[in-house]
Design a protein around this ligand. Structure first.
Ligand SMILES: CCCCCCCCCC(=O)SCCNC(=O)CCNC(=O)[C@H](O)C(C)(C)COP(=O)(O)OP(=O)(O)OC[C@H]1O[C@@H](n2cnc3c(N)ncnc32)[C@H](O)[C@@H]1OP(=O)(O)O
Length: 204
């Protein structure tokens, strides 16, 4: 069993602060002048209140990503740029396993925009890499690394619309695991991905 390394209140404060960063990152890109000042002031007030009165953040929900001491004895903070609640670069995502299929959902805001109204293609690749890695990991006893990933952009991937990423393993051949998946907006497949994940050679 792993041990937590900070109080529940401090983990909640860290996740609240990351959410403030997310809102500011979006606000910086869609507000100007007084509107932006109002947002900054509101978020600074919220942070001050949270620091001075921990009950400001009282919530029935446990923090989603508290740091912990791993079974090997080192402090672990989830840094993942797709899933960590504590990393402001990560959007808020859900991940579910249904048999061999992994499904992830999120809605991306302006910090992820490439062409106007569309998700940056590189970030679409990040999302597919992540969901496919999960599908691969769920089938293996050990870790594996993305060796190749081919992305096909079929349609514009919209900003501000719920996206569903799906991944599944298509073949396992020794250290090699092949997987494929897609990103949908509603019923429309916008991006497809397929790739190879390789487990490191066993140490001799
Ligand atoms: C806790 C939550 C954490 C969540 C993390 C999510 C992460 C998402 C996924 C990632 O971002 S992983 C990070 C990005 N990837 C890397 O950093 C990997 C960098 N590459 C490596 O470290 C090495 O290339 C790797 C360990 C993957 C493989 O090195 P090896 O020297 O063991 O590979 P090798 O060249 O022997 O190839 C292994 C097999 O794959 C085959 N192969 C290699 N490239 C291929 C290719 N492109 N197509 C088909 N087959 C290929 C190769 O022929 C060979 O086949 P055989 O075993 O049958 O001989």
């Amino acid at each position: 069993m792993s041990d937590l390394v900070e109080s529940r209140a401090d983990s909640t404060l860290a996740e609240f602060t990351a959410d403030v960063c997310r809102r500011l990152a979006s606000g910086l890109l869609d507000r100007t002048g007084d509107d932006l000042r109002d947002l900054v002031a509101q978020e600074v007030d919220g942070l001050r209140a949270a620091l001075s009165d921990p009950s400001f953040l009282d919530t029935a929900d446990a923090p989603s990503d508290p740091p912990f001491v791993s079974p090997k004895g080192y402090t672990t903070i989830n840094t993942n740029p797709v899933t960590s609640r504590r990393n402001p670069l990560a959007p808020l995502v859900t991940i579910e396993h249904d048999g061999d299929v992994v499904e992830m959902t999120t809605t991306l805001s302006l910090p992820y925009q490439g062409p106007r109204g569309r998700v940056h293609g590189g970030y679409a690749a990040v999302l597919l890499d992540h969901v496919l890695w999960h599908a691969v990991r769920s089938r293996l006893d050990s870790v594996s690394f993305t060796r190749s990933l081919t992305i096909t952009y079929e349609q514009a991937l919209p900003i501000g619309t719920e996206l569903t990423m799906t991944g599944r393993v298509t073949e396992i051949d020794g250290r090699k695991t092949f997987a494929a998946g897609e990103i949908k907006a509603g019923d429309v497949v916008c991006v497809r991905g397929e790739g190879l994940w390789v487990s490191p050679r066993p140490r001799t």
